[in-house]
Design a protein around this ligand. Structure first.
Ligand SMILES: [Zn+2]
Length: 446
């Protein structure tokens, strides 16, 4: 058995965790869980309230095997808490708050999340682990093109990179540093690593090409790391082909921090299991599912003091596997993230995620990087339209239309009405240069 390390270290000390055996991981998780359970009961009215009304006796919850006796909470519970206990809700707990970050506010009011200095330190350690696994090294020039705002990953990735000795170029997203300037800085200052959403990585390649650069030849970029948006394999392939670099996915959110990351194998995202306990449950019944089965992810942040999540249904459908990874890391992996439950569409009786549509689109060289799915109500009926950019016209466009419909039918089982637009049109409409993260579904029914 490995030594038990329970202080959620950054690399290189985190190697002991990343290569620990299952028994050691479970011991560490149980230590964190017991501490969390009692601090939540004593200091966080939200959990005490919910557990009391569910009739939970926490003295009967001995270890993680008993966690299934705690109710699952959702985004709706946090939203209700915000309404009932304004302005911060009663899920933060009575801890000295070091800083507040919030959800990007895709719908409604942004959800504030308190962090103590301990929480912040650990989340940035987890970022350091991610980046080290993604070949970011001491001396790298790391350009952070995420939005520095209430949106958390710009700050946490910055501090994670600093912890491994990299130099930060904090350009922020296109909202504060224009895309042309981002490209110019990357070129002149010799950026070697870029942190950005996948969609913005493609946008930057396009801008670089327009400026007369060859993204592959004229830059020193070796690694791009992403978070905040789903990264399909097809999008990754586009990014890597354009920039001639490696592109890595990371899984997280403001409520959870930095739970999972891809290693050099790019084959699923390892969970920082000392700090997080992940379950997969049936989205309808909440019943736990075994490793290898697809279901809704439920997460518990074991290390957090303020605003921890305990059995939080994050809203993503995915699978967790416990199989050896070629990289040598023993931490379980999240694989096949199908998409957010919120983004799930029912179309002609078929369940469709925007990411599946994106996979189909990005396989075809003839269509651009941007797309959006419009849902509208026409004569009381829901109507879905897929909008994509292409340079094609006339007969070529008819052929593309046919090809795309065939591909949709084969890969997602349903054809969707398509509206083609010319290059740049969607970019303008979707405000690609300024946005914090992409929204693929535009619901005009409300
Ligand atoms: Zn691995």
């Amino acid at each position: 058995m490995n030594t038990i390390v329970t202080n959620y270290p950054s690399p290189p000390a985190s190697q002991a965790i990343e290569r620990a055996d299952r028994k050691t991981i479970i011991s560490i998780q149980n230590i964190g869980f017991q501490r969390l359970l009692h601090s939540a009961w004593e200091r966080i009215p939200f959990y005490r309230r919910i557990w009391q009304s569910a009739g939970v006796d926490i003295s009967l919850i001995k270890d993680l095997k008993d966690i299934i006796n705690l109710p699952i909470i959702t985004k709706k519970d946090l939203e209700q808490s915000l309404r009932d206990y304004p302005p911060f809700g009663d899920y933060q707990g009575d801890y000295p708050c070091y800083r507040i970050q919030a959800s990007a506010g895709s719908t409604g009011y942004p959800k504030p999340i308190f962090h103590t200095s301990h929480d912040w330190d650990i989340i940035t350690n987890f970022w350091a682990r991610r980046l080290a696994a993604q070949d970011v090294r001491k001396g790298d020039m790391v350009q952070i093109a995420f939005t520095y705002a209430l949106f958390i990953p710009a700050f946490t990735s910055t501090e994670g990179a600093l912890k491994i000795g990299a130099t930060i170029i904090p350009t922020g997203s296109g909202a504060v540093t224009a895309s042309e300037r981002q490209v110019e800085i990357a070129h002149r200052w010799g950026t070697t690593v870029v942190g950005t959403t996948g969609a913005y990585a493609l946008r930057l390649a396009e801008v670089a090409e327009k400026m007369g650069y060859d993204p592959k030849r004229d830059f020193k970029i070796r690694v791009m790391f992403h978070t905040a948006e789903p990264l399909t394999e097809e999008m990754r392939a586009r990014i890597e082909a354009k920039w001639g670099c490696k592109s890595y996915n990371n899984y997280g959110s403001v409520e959870t921090g930095a739970p999972a990351w891809e290693c050099c194998e790019q084959n699923g995202m390892h969970i920082n299991e000392d700090g997080y306990y992940f379950e997969v449950v049936d989205p309808e019944t909440g019943q736990p599912l075994p490793d290898g089965e697809q279901g809704a992810l439920v997460v518990t942040s074991l290390f957090k003091e303020a605003a921890p999540v305990i059995r939080y249904m994050i809203g993503d459908i995915a699978t967790i596997i416990d199989e050896p990874c070629k990289c040598g890391c023993t931490l379980r992996r999240i694989v096949k993230v199908a998409g957010r439950l919120d983004d799930m569409l029912k179309f002609k009786g078929v369940t469709v995620y925007p990411t599946s549509i994106e996979s189909v689109l990005h396989r075809l060289q003839e269509v651009g990087d941007e797309y959006c799915i419009i849902i509208d109500s026409v004569d009381g009926q829901d109507q879905v339209i897929l909008r994509v950019e292409t340079i094609f016209k006339g007969e070529q466009l008819d052929q593309l239309h046919h090809k795309l419909q065939q591909a949709l039918k084969v890969h997602i089982g349903v054809q969707i009405p398509i509206e083609f637009c010319s290059p740049g049109e969607l970019q303008k409409e979707l405000n690609v240069d300024q946005r914090i993260k992409s929204r693929r579904v535009v619901d005009r029914r409300k």
